[in-house]
Design a protein. Structure first.
Length: 317
């Protein structure tokens, strides 16, 4: 997911590359070098751990090894992959299948198949059952196993980056920073305050004037995640993008971007995507039902917000 960002100059910034994006860590104070040597690698490692577990593009990832097992095989998986799958299936059930993590094959057909580092195309040879849905995923929480009842290809892009942000925040929270932000290409969490003791100013990128923010909101101990239809366009079809309506198997229409805010990035990440499969009114209701706030930008650049968000937004100048 892309297009939320921190508009702050009074912070130190550290960066790394993971999950197809640049991960930036903003720290509000001037910590000791020893603290930085401990804190920043631990936060960045959280992203690497999620990538090793959930990447659809890495032949050695847990996700790829799982889907290559024969259908019906019970497979023990690690906690990161299990948590991602479990949450994705919960959102799929909540949305009655509008959101579904079994869209990997359709994503590949649209051309979303190249590894962001190597540029190599994923060569998928396993036969996929195109009728498979999230209901073909059996999760055993007690034994932490997964059974796929039909051959399918998973895509956890709508939850994995948010989970990585949450795990990185957990690592950084163990250190005595007055404030920090973990920003992963539009999925972010703002903790505490910025270097001036103010809420972190978080810009929501304008979906047309890409070098500008359309709105700015204050962030204190909150996750902000934005999904945009324009950030990842299909290399095979210029009119298609990466947010797929699983009922029509077409790219979702009606919105340019949806931003969700809440206590956890994985939750905000998933619902900022799931809301695309509803009408504007229903999308806002979905966010509120999930205990989130949000902002939607329609295809005609109409901006609407949940009731709790309306008083917080500041129009960017």
């Amino acid at each position: 997911m892309m297009d939320s960002g921190v508009n702050a100059s009074s912070s130190l910034v550290y960066s790394g590359l993971a999950l197809g994006t640049i991960v930036r860590i903003h720290v509000a104070s001037q910590p000791s070098e020893e603290t930085l040597r401990l804190a920043v690698p631990r936060a960045l490692e959280a992203f690497q751990a999620v990538e090793r577990a959930c990447s659809r593009f890495d032949e050695d990832s847990e996700l790829v090894r799982l889907v290559r097992e024969p259908a019906g095989t019970k497979v023990a998986v690690g906690p990161v992959l299990f948590q991602s799958l479990q949450f994705a299936c919960e959102i799929a059930d909540w949305t009655q299948g509008r959101f579904d993590p079994t869209v990997g094959a359709q994503m590949e057909e649209l051309g979303f198949r190249r590894h962001y580092l190597t540029g190599e195309s994923v060569a998928w040879t396993t036969d996929i059952n195109r009728q498979a849905t999230f209901r073909d995923i059996e999760l055993d929480a007690q034994n932490q196993t997964v059974r796929l009842h039909r051959p399918l290809l998973l895509d956890l892009g709508a939850v994995a980056k948010g989970l990585a942000v949450d795990l990185a925040v957990k690592e950084l929270a163990a250190f005595d920073f007055p404030g920090f932000v973990v920003d992963a290409g539009g999925d972010l969490y703002a903790a505490g305050t910025d270097g001036d003791g103010n809420p972190w100013p978080i810009g929501i990128r304008h979906p047309v004037q890409r070098d500008k923010s359309i709105w700015v909101l204050p962030g204190v101990n909150t996750a902000v995640c934005t999904s945009g239809t324009y950030e990842r366009v299909s290399p095979n079809n210029a009119s298609s993008h990466h947010i797929l309506d699983t009922q029509s198997m077409q790219s979702a229409r009606g919105f340019l971007s949806i931003t969700a805010t809440g206590p956890f990035a994985m939750m905000a990440d998933a619902f900022s995507t799931a809301a695309f499969f509803y009408s504007p009114k229903e999308a806002l209701e979905l966010l509120e039902e999930a205990g989130l706030e949000g902002v939607i930008v329609t295809e005609d650049l109409e901006v609407k917000a949940t009731s709790g968000m309306e008083g917080s937004l500041v129009e960017s100048v």
